[in-house]
Design a protein. Structure first.
Length: 240
């Protein structure tokens, strides 16, 4: 039995398709007729699609298959392909370095988005719309605080943090917040779990025992009025 040595394994460019597909691509390169070469290339693409079904999930799976066959041919395959041959320089090209932000958050539990919202609210013109935006921003800050700290927070702390994040440009009257409960998110934001009022569910639950009693009465009437008839019938059968 002949086993492929290390020298013969060097011819495999794309290991996902195996040695036989690589041999087919190498054979297509030896065909002189371009039309016949294109025909065999399309057949090889269908074979590659069956061997690698995971590419079917991608939107550009056909484009990737043609890129693979061009790479397997060392960019020497001259056929009438529906997609252009990729640039050989893409193989050794390194991806761009993703820059990391060095921005330091004043309060990590608020995050970067809250700071961006603060800047947007600062840029708004004075008026009722800006006042409503400040209230909404303060409530959003309180939600974030309670989400990450898992404890109740005083409204004065949220108002102080709002001043610090906006550098004193955004503020709310603490007395107005307490009197009108502007930051009371537990009452205004959370909806009850039940769709029906509580008293309706209690009344419907309280009516069930009477229905059960009526149901038992009807069953007893249908059986003969009470449970003693069954014993009398059994006594008559024994006497007979």
């Amino acid at each position: 039995m002949h086993y492929p040595n290390q020298e013969s394994r060097k011819g495999i460019v794309w290991k996902e398709y195996g040695r036989n597909v690589q041999k087919i691509v190498d054979h297509i390169l030896t065909i002189d007729d371009k039309e016949k070469r294109t025909h065999y290339a399309n057949i090889c693409i269908e074979l590659m699609r069956q061997l690698n079904p995971s590419t079917k999930d991608a939107q550009d799976h056909t484009t990737k298959l043609w890129d693979h066959i061009f790479i397997m041919s060392n960019f020497q395959l001259d056929v009438e392909a529906p997609y252009p041959m990729p640039d050989p320089s893409i193989l050794g090209k390194k991806p761009n370095i993703v820059p990391y932000t060095n921005h330091r958050l004043a309060y990590k539990h608020y995050g970067r988005n809250i700071e961006l919202v603060v800047k947007e609210v600062q840029a708004m013109e004075d008026g009722t719309e800006k006042d409503d935006a400040i209230i909404y921003l303060a409530r959003l800050m309180k939600k974030s605080y309670m989400t990450w700290n898992k404890e109740n927070v005083d409204d004065e702390v949220i108002l102080q943090h709002l001043k610090e994040l906006s550098k004193g440009k955004l503020s709310l009257d603490s007395e107005k917040v307490q009197n009108e409960k502007l930051l009371d998110i537990q009452i205004k934001d959370f909806k009850p779990m039940a769709s029906k009022p509580v008293f309706e569910s209690m009344s419907s639950a309280g009516s069930r025992p009477s229905q059960n009693k009526d149901f038992r009465k009807t069953n007893l009437n249908n059986r003969g009025g009470n449970g003693n008839n069954n014993s009398s019938r059994s006594f008559k059968k024994r006497s007979n």
